[in-house]
Design a protein around this ligand. Structure first.
Ligand code: ADP
Ligand code: MG
Length: 386
């Protein structure tokens, strides 16, 4: 689950990770009020959306006076901000962060990520932070250092210094930086983050270190133990069909192809997307109805997939293990009757009680195509959409 920069900065403050003074604003009036409270110019007007690259897209601007705060707030609130992370459709800006402008000596990069390969938390840092970090990663990856922290040991003093030295911080900033990184690590672990990125982390003209930007992603599987964090979820930033699917515990991700999928198990869902691609079609979604899908689950899955008008055909790929094929087939029949399906549906089913399941499907009088195996299913679904 992602949160906004202003929310991340509030959390940082509670962990003594220094950030500029500032406040969220939902209107031009609120923006002016916050600017007045800050007392000094310039202030920075920052669009709050769940995507990076706002600066380059025109969503982060410096205001030198109250008149400029008003003009910029009016301009940015309500704009559709397009960045390299939003896709061409962009994102509607509904809130701003009004923040004290900083005198920047140097923009650095700092992030923490879960690294599954080494089962550690990796700290990434670079002296070349700021808006072109993607280019640094592509052209001069040696300018980004990585330090691996064993989560059982926790972050060690020498690792804090290792990162500080790599950033070539002035000696007076070393201790504050170590404290910042150690606090950030504490924040990361305590809140089950999957990613925290500060780009830029700045060194100010008077050699203070400060998080100027803040991107935080929480591990959604751990949110059940962070009720307070769940309140930070912003449904405006999420796909409406994905929100609907999450109400029924369906693992659903909207993609841009035209073949809808209903599959049980994440591994099989991945394999299904691959065979669809191989057959020359493209998946419209990833949908895992889970190991023990009920007919209600199947019905909801159908409803959500059919609500997506780019879907031209649906492939159902089920392996009956915990879920028995006859139960599933009944679910499909019930769902089909209720949802009025007017596009081709291909079913591939294998596993426990498969014969019973097939009988239920063929006796239902529905317009379903059955497939004998994965390859056959892929060919049939591709033929249906192409
Ligand atoms: P994004 O990464 O989405 O482009 P940032 O928050 O990193 O947004 O802002 C983009 C750039 O704007 C920063 O690299 C920095 O140069 C400048 N900036 C952002 N906040 C401030 C601030 N409070 N004071 C001065 N400059 C800022
Ligand atoms: Mg940034």
């Amino acid at each position: 689950m992602k949160i906004h920069e202003y929310q991340a900065k509030e959390l940082f403050k509670a962990y003594n990770v220094p950030v500029p003074d500032g406040n969220v604003a939902f209107s031009v009036d609120e923006a002016k009020k916050t600017a007045a409270n800050l007392g000094n110019f310039p202030v920075v007007v920052k669009a709050q959306i769940h995507a990076g690259g706002r600066g380059k897209g025109g969503g982060v601007k410096l205001a030198a006076s109250m008149e400029e705060v008003e003009t910029l707030a009016r301009e940015i609130l309500g704009m559709t901000l397009v960045t390299h992370q939003t896709g061409p459709e962009g994102r509607l800006v509904k809130k701003l962060l009004i923040e004290a402008g900083q005198k920047i000596k140097k923009e650095l990069y700092l992030s923490l990520l879960v690294d599954r390969t080494t089962a550690s938390i990796v700290i990434m840092a670079s002296q070349d932070g700021g808006m072109d970090i993607e280019e640094v990663a592509a052209k001069t990856p040696e300018r980004i250092i990585k330090v691996y922290v064993d989560p059982l040991m926790g972050i060690q003093g020498y690792q804090l210094r290792q990162v500080g030295f790599a950033l070539e911080l002035p000696s007076s900033a070393m201790k504050p930086f170590s404290a910042l990184l150690s606090n950030l690590y504490r924040f990361f672990i305590a809140n089950d983050c999957s990613m925290v990125e500060i780009n830029p982390l700045i060194l100010t003209l008077d050699d203070k270190v400060l998080a100027l930007d803040a991107k935080v992603d929480f591990d959604s599987n751990a949110l059940y133990r962070h009720k307070d964090l769940m309140a930070l979820r912003d449904l405006d930033e999420e796909d409406p069909l994905e929100i609907e699917a999450s109400k029924y515990n369906l693992n659903y991700i909207n993609l841009d192809g035209n073949v809808g999928n209903i599959v049980n198990g994440a591994g099989l869902a991945m394999a299904t997307m691959d065979i669809i691609k191989n057959a020359g079609a493209t998946p419209a979604n990833f949908m895992d109805v889970g190991g023990g899908a009920t007919s209600e689950q199947v019905e909801n899955a159908f409803r959500i997939i059919l609500a997506d008008d780019k879907v031209k055909a649906v492939l159902i790929n089920i392996f009956g293990g915990i879920l028995r094929c006859d139960i599933f087939a009944q679910g499909v029949v019930d769902a089909a009757k209720k949802t009025n399906i007017n596009i081709p549906v291909v079913v591939r089913m294998e596993g426990t009680n498969v014969e019973k399941g097939k009988k239920i499907l063929s006796n239902a009088g529905l317009n379903l195509t059955t497939a004998v195996d994965l390859f056959d299913a892929a060919q049939k679904i591709a033929a249906a959409v192409n």
